[in-house]
Write a protein of this length. Sequence first.
Length: 147
Amino acid sequence: MSTDRDERTTATADRWLARGMAILMIALPIDVLVRILILKQHPGQHADISLIWIATAMYVAIGMTANGVAPFGGKWWKMWPIIPLVAVTNTVVLTLIGMVHTWADLILTITLGIIGGAAGVFLILFILRGIYGVWERRTLGRAPREE
Protein backbone atom coordinates (compact mmCIF):
# COMPACT_ATOMS: atom_id res chain seq x y z
CA MET A 1 0.00 0.00 0.00
CA SER A 2 1.34 3.39 -0.98
CA THR A 3 1.79 6.03 1.71
CA ASP A 4 2.24 8.89 -0.78
CA ARG A 5 -0.21 11.77 -0.47
CA ASP A 6 -1.50 13.37 -3.64
CA GLU A 7 -4.66 15.21 -4.69
CA ARG A 8 -6.59 11.98 -5.23
CA THR A 9 -5.86 10.50 -1.81
CA THR A 10 -6.43 13.85 -0.11
CA ALA A 11 -9.81 14.25 -1.87
CA THR A 12 -10.79 10.70 -0.89
CA ALA A 13 -9.84 11.31 2.73
CA ASP A 14 -11.79 14.59 2.73
CA ARG A 15 -14.89 12.83 1.36
CA TRP A 16 -14.73 10.15 4.06
CA LEU A 17 -14.13 12.73 6.77
CA ALA A 18 -17.16 14.69 5.56
CA ARG A 19 -19.29 11.54 5.62
CA GLY A 20 -18.10 10.75 9.13
CA MET A 21 -18.93 14.28 10.26
CA ALA A 22 -22.41 13.95 8.74
CA ILE A 23 -22.97 10.67 10.59
CA LEU A 24 -21.78 12.28 13.83
CA MET A 25 -24.11 15.26 13.35
CA ILE A 26 -27.07 12.93 12.82
CA ALA A 27 -26.23 10.27 15.44
CA LEU A 28 -25.62 12.58 18.42
CA PRO A 29 -29.02 14.33 18.34
CA ILE A 30 -30.73 10.97 17.86
CA ASP A 31 -28.86 9.66 20.91
CA VAL A 32 -29.95 12.68 22.95
CA LEU A 33 -33.59 12.28 21.85
CA VAL A 34 -33.53 8.57 22.76
CA ARG A 35 -32.13 9.44 26.18
CA ILE A 36 -34.83 12.10 26.71
CA LEU A 37 -37.88 10.32 25.27
CA ILE A 38 -37.26 6.61 25.79
CA LEU A 39 -34.83 6.33 28.69
CA LYS A 40 -36.32 9.37 30.51
CA GLN A 41 -32.88 10.47 31.66
CA HIS A 42 -32.31 13.69 33.53
CA PRO A 43 -30.84 16.43 31.26
CA GLY A 44 -27.64 16.43 33.32
CA GLN A 45 -26.95 12.88 32.12
CA HIS A 46 -26.80 13.83 28.45
CA ALA A 47 -25.72 17.47 28.58
CA ASP A 48 -22.15 16.47 27.70
CA ILE A 49 -23.30 14.85 24.45
CA SER A 50 -25.31 17.95 23.57
CA LEU A 51 -22.34 20.20 24.25
CA ILE A 52 -20.02 18.01 22.15
CA TRP A 53 -22.54 18.08 19.29
CA ILE A 54 -23.04 21.86 19.42
CA ALA A 55 -19.32 22.63 19.83
CA THR A 56 -18.38 20.34 16.93
CA ALA A 57 -21.02 21.82 14.64
CA MET A 58 -19.94 25.37 15.48
CA TYR A 59 -16.24 24.52 15.04
CA VAL A 60 -16.84 23.07 11.59
CA ALA A 61 -19.19 25.88 10.49
CA ILE A 62 -16.89 28.67 11.67
CA GLY A 63 -13.74 26.94 10.40
CA MET A 64 -15.13 26.31 6.93
CA THR A 65 -16.52 29.83 6.69
CA ALA A 66 -13.28 31.41 7.89
CA ASN A 67 -11.42 29.49 5.17
CA GLY A 68 -13.60 30.72 2.33
CA VAL A 69 -16.33 28.10 2.03
CA ALA A 70 -19.59 30.03 1.72
CA PRO A 71 -22.17 28.45 4.05
CA PHE A 72 -24.85 26.61 2.10
CA GLY A 73 -23.01 27.31 -1.14
CA GLY A 74 -23.86 31.00 -0.87
CA LYS A 75 -27.59 30.24 -0.92
CA TRP A 76 -28.51 31.66 2.47
CA TRP A 77 -32.22 31.07 2.01
CA LYS A 78 -31.67 27.32 2.36
CA MET A 79 -31.35 27.74 6.14
CA TRP A 80 -34.83 29.18 6.72
CA PRO A 81 -36.80 25.89 6.29
CA ILE A 82 -35.10 24.69 9.47
CA ILE A 83 -37.28 27.05 11.56
CA PRO A 84 -40.51 25.01 11.19
CA LEU A 85 -38.48 21.85 11.81
CA VAL A 86 -37.17 23.28 15.09
CA ALA A 87 -40.67 24.38 16.14
CA VAL A 88 -42.23 20.98 15.36
CA THR A 89 -39.39 19.03 17.01
CA ASN A 90 -39.54 21.15 20.17
CA THR A 91 -43.31 20.80 20.36
CA VAL A 92 -43.23 17.02 19.90
CA VAL A 93 -40.42 16.52 22.42
CA LEU A 94 -42.02 18.79 25.03
CA THR A 95 -45.37 17.05 24.54
CA LEU A 96 -43.83 13.60 24.89
CA ILE A 97 -41.99 14.49 28.10
CA GLY A 98 -45.20 15.90 29.57
CA MET A 99 -44.56 19.64 29.56
CA VAL A 100 -47.49 20.54 27.26
CA HIS A 101 -50.79 20.14 29.13
CA THR A 102 -53.25 22.56 27.50
CA TRP A 103 -53.93 24.15 24.13
CA ALA A 104 -52.41 27.37 25.46
CA ASP A 105 -49.18 25.48 26.27
CA LEU A 106 -49.20 24.00 22.78
CA ILE A 107 -49.69 27.37 21.07
CA LEU A 108 -47.04 28.97 23.30
CA THR A 109 -44.57 26.17 22.54
CA ILE A 110 -45.13 26.47 18.78
CA THR A 111 -44.92 30.28 18.87
CA LEU A 112 -41.76 30.33 20.96
CA GLY A 113 -40.28 27.59 18.77
CA ILE A 114 -40.84 29.65 15.63
CA ILE A 115 -39.60 32.89 17.25
CA GLY A 116 -36.62 31.16 18.85
CA GLY A 117 -35.81 29.27 15.66
CA ALA A 118 -35.97 32.44 13.57
CA ALA A 119 -33.80 34.33 16.05
CA GLY A 120 -31.25 31.51 16.20
CA VAL A 121 -31.09 31.06 12.42
CA PHE A 122 -30.77 34.83 11.90
CA LEU A 123 -27.98 35.05 14.49
CA ILE A 124 -26.05 32.10 13.03
CA LEU A 125 -26.40 33.46 9.48
CA PHE A 126 -25.36 36.93 10.64
CA ILE A 127 -22.25 35.60 12.39
CA LEU A 128 -21.26 33.28 9.52
CA ARG A 129 -21.85 36.03 6.95
CA GLY A 130 -19.63 38.35 8.97
CA ILE A 131 -16.86 35.74 9.17
CA TYR A 132 -17.15 35.07 5.44
CA GLY A 133 -17.05 38.82 4.74
CA VAL A 134 -13.80 39.09 6.72
CA TRP A 135 -12.34 36.23 4.66
CA GLU A 136 -13.47 37.91 1.42
CA ARG A 137 -11.89 41.24 2.36
CA ARG A 138 -8.66 39.61 3.53
CA THR A 139 -8.33 37.30 0.52
CA LEU A 140 -9.99 39.18 -2.32
CA GLY A 141 -9.31 42.75 -1.26
CA ARG A 142 -11.75 45.61 -0.83
CA ALA A 143 -13.64 45.04 -4.09
CA PRO A 144 -17.45 45.11 -3.85
CA ARG A 145 -19.18 41.78 -3.36
CA GLU A 146 -21.03 40.03 -6.13
CA GLU A 147 -24.29 38.55 -4.92
